[in-house]
Ligand binder design. Structure first.
Ligand code: GLN
Length: 195
């Protein structure tokens, strides 16, 4: 059996750092820049960056629709920060026309300019001990629909959810030097372990 391969959406943003972590965890990775690159991946990471830019490119490059179908059919996906926004079916109270595969409303740039970036250490469901969370002009999850389970909170706000095989987090796990979020995705979410 061939080894699984984790795709990393590489249109814009912090994709390279995710690849480095995946490789350090012994995974094969590939960059997704065209719809053909979706073929054969076992999971996809959607990095942080600028959600409007990544969303526009996803549409222009015709990746959006095939990706939605793959996620609806169970492709495990982890969206971080801008990636979380792209997975939400509602952004700032308006219906999203991006990937929109998780029933939840996210608030973009929710922490305002003054508190634009910060680091916190918080609990994360399924991980022992505190997890460092780097927030960079981050969104938070304001409300979520049925079946969406909260996996992380910070200052009373929801900053991580799981919806079947989709994991969406508001912070950047690729810059903290802590690989436990990636391991959680690879070992729990991808294996279909329930909460
Ligand atoms: N503020 C960005 C957006 O709205 C997300 C920031 C990030 O990914 N670090 O897309």
């Amino acid at each position: 059996m061939s080894k699984r391969r984790i795709g990393v959406l590489a249109l814009q943003g912090a994709f390279y750092e995710h690849e480095r972590i995946l490789v350090s965890l012994g995974e094969d990775t590939s960059e997704v820049r065209r719809k053909e690159d979706l073929k054969g991946i076992s999971a996809l990471i959607i990095p942080g960056g600028e959600s409007t830019t990544i969303g526009k490119l996803l549409r222009e490059l015709d990746i959006l629709d095939p990706l939605k179908v793959m996620i609806d059919n169970g492709l495990p996906v982890m969206g971080t920060c801008a990636g979380e926004i792209l997975l939400a079916d509602s952004v700032d109270g308006r219906k999203s026309d991006y990937i929109a595969t998780i029933p939840m409303n996210v608030r973009r740039n929710a922490y305002g300019r003054q508190l634009g970036s910060f680091i916190a250490n918080e609990d994360f469901y399924g991980i022992d001990g505190k997890v460092p969370m780097c927030f960079i002009r981050a969104p938070y999850i304001e409300s979520a629909g049925q079946g969406v389970r909260v996996v992380a909170r910070c200052n009373g706000r929801v900053v991580g959810v799981r919806y079947d095989s989709q994991l969406a987090i508001s912070f950047h796990p690729e810059i903290s030097g802590d690989t436990r979020i990636h391991s959680y995705f690879l070992n729990s979410v991808m294996q279909g372990q329930s909460l």
